[in-house]
Design a protein around this ligand. Structure first.
Ligand code: HSE
Length: 440
């Protein structure tokens, strides 16, 4: 059988990896897919650079629409990124009857409903393994491997840049801004790292996972997203003394009232495997009712790791594109007519435990006042740590840090208690509140 022909839109880092791995492993891939898979056309604005990467024998154009117009191309890989022209081209590719493979998490998390509807109407596949956690086959695991389960929760380190920054802050005792500069110098963080450090990239990825896990539409606009920019080395140190590490987690959790969908820094017990995922690595823990806890670990970015996921999708599409669309695995794991309308819960309704740090006047009765407010709010305390004045990063020996770990409570209740504590004249700085996940 003739190889299936693929058109590639955008040949940057991941596109180059995809081209090279596909070429290098073609015999293996062919044995798995049942026929060859060849990138025969590449569109990139920098066609000279593209030509240097792909060599002769591959058509190089700078107009992506030339790829969409080519009737010999069955699959289009979109590696442009973003919501702009990428969205237009993906919708045009679908309209032209092409299957689409994309790594574009932002596009799917925000416009996925429209894109999957268009693909279903046209009977084509939109595959997106590379959109979440790079080379880790987490989409396949959630959609197919765990299909017997009611997924209870997912918690993932799904942004390598922020995990690298947090690892460096912890191991070197440095503050966020210093590590960010170093990460940019080393090329780990983008020149504009906003999407990474503000949690947006992780928010896109956990939104996609939530849709597959619970059969709900992608709803990035309802996700709670908080990044790592306000974390201090001091809190990382205190957390460690209490047996925790701080990680930026993407969390999707099923509750009877709805789905919690959130990204924020979280304390995680140091003894959990995921707490020990360091540097730019990614990991996702999935809790299913039948399987229990499963953990997926690997490179969440990079040229060939991400290419690994892109090519896995190419093989899937090659195997399935002639199948009756009704017999294929649904885009979001659940049949489109069986989607759930379970709401995404606002952050005020999230239930979790907390780490609190209060800089207080070191006077009699201060601790009693603080714990009294928590008791009145029915918030149960798990642990309290008071640092000696000389351990506190302060010139004044009359101040101290109170660190409190709580048991689970609703966020709205914690907000109200925090407002009361903050109003105490003996609380001298803005209270630090970091959520805590036991992941038990
Ligand atoms: N910028 C992402 C990260 C990789 O740092 O993990 C692509 O999603």
């Amino acid at each position: 059988m003739k190889p299936i022909q693929v058109g590639l839109l955008g040949i940057g880092v991941v596109g180059t990896g995809t081209f090279n791995v596909l070429k290098r492993n073609q015999p293996e891939i062919q044995r798995r897919a049942g026929r060859g898979i060849e990138i025969t056309m590449v569109a990139d604005l920098d066609s000279e650079r593209a030509r240097a990467i792909v060599g002769e024998g591959v058509a190089v154009v700078n107009d992506a629409r030339a790829v969409l117009a080519n009737p010999d191309i069955d699959i289009v890989i979109e590696l442009i990124g973003g919501y702009g022209i990428a969205k237009t081209l993906v919708l045009e590719a679908i309209a032209a009857g092409k299957h689409v493979v994309t790594a574009n998490k932002a596009l799917l998390a925000v416009h996925g409903t429209e894109i999957f509807a268009a693909a279903s109407a046209k009977g084509v596949i939109v595959a997106f393994e590379a959109a979440v956690a790079g080379g880790i086959p987490i989409i396949k695991a959630l959609r197919e491997g765990l299909t017997a389960n009611r997924i209870e929760w997912i918690a993932g380190i799904i942004n390598g840049t922020t995990n690298f920054i947090l690892s460096e802050m912890r191991s070197k005792g440095l503050d966020f801004a210093d590590v960010l500069k170093e990460a940019q110098r080393l090329g780990y963080a983008e020149a504009d790292p906003t999407f990474d450090i503000e949690g947006v990239d992780a928010g896109h990825k956990v939104t996609i996972m939530s849709a597959i896990a619970y059969g709900i539409p992608v709803q990035f606009d309802k996700a709670y997203v908080e990044g790592i920019t306000k974390l201090s080395a001091q809190d990382i140190r205190y957390a460690e003394q209490l047996g925790y590490r701080i990680k930026l987690l993407g969390i999707a959790k099923r509750r009877p009232e709805g789905i919690e969908l959130r990204v924020h820094p979280s304390l995680v017990p140091s003894k959990r495997l995921i707490a020990n995922v360091e540097g730019a690595m990614n990991a996702v823990v999935v809790q299913g009712d039948a399987v229990g806890t499963t953990l997926y670990y690997g490179k969440g970015a990079g040229s060939e790791p991400t290419a690994s996921a892109v090519i896995a999708d190419l093989v899937d599409v090659t195997r399935l594109h002639t199948a009756d669309p009704a017999q294929r695995v649904p885009h979001l794991a659940f049949q489109p007519n069986a989607m759930s309308d379970l709401p995404i819960l606002p952050i005020s309704e999230v239930v979790t435990s907390y780490y609190l740090r209060l800089r207080v006047a070191d006077q009699a009765g201060v601790l009693a006042k603080v714990t009294g407010i928590l008791a009145e709010a029915d918030i149960s305390i798990d642990a309290v740590l008071q640092r000696e004045a000389d351990e506190v990063d302060s010139d004044s020996a009359s101040q101290t840090d109170l660190i409190i770990l709580t048991h689970d409570c609703q966020e709205a209740r914690m907000d109200a208690a925090l407002a009361r504590m903050q109003a105490l004249p003996t609380v001298l700085q803005t209270i630090v509140r970091i959520r805590k996940e036991e992941l038990a």
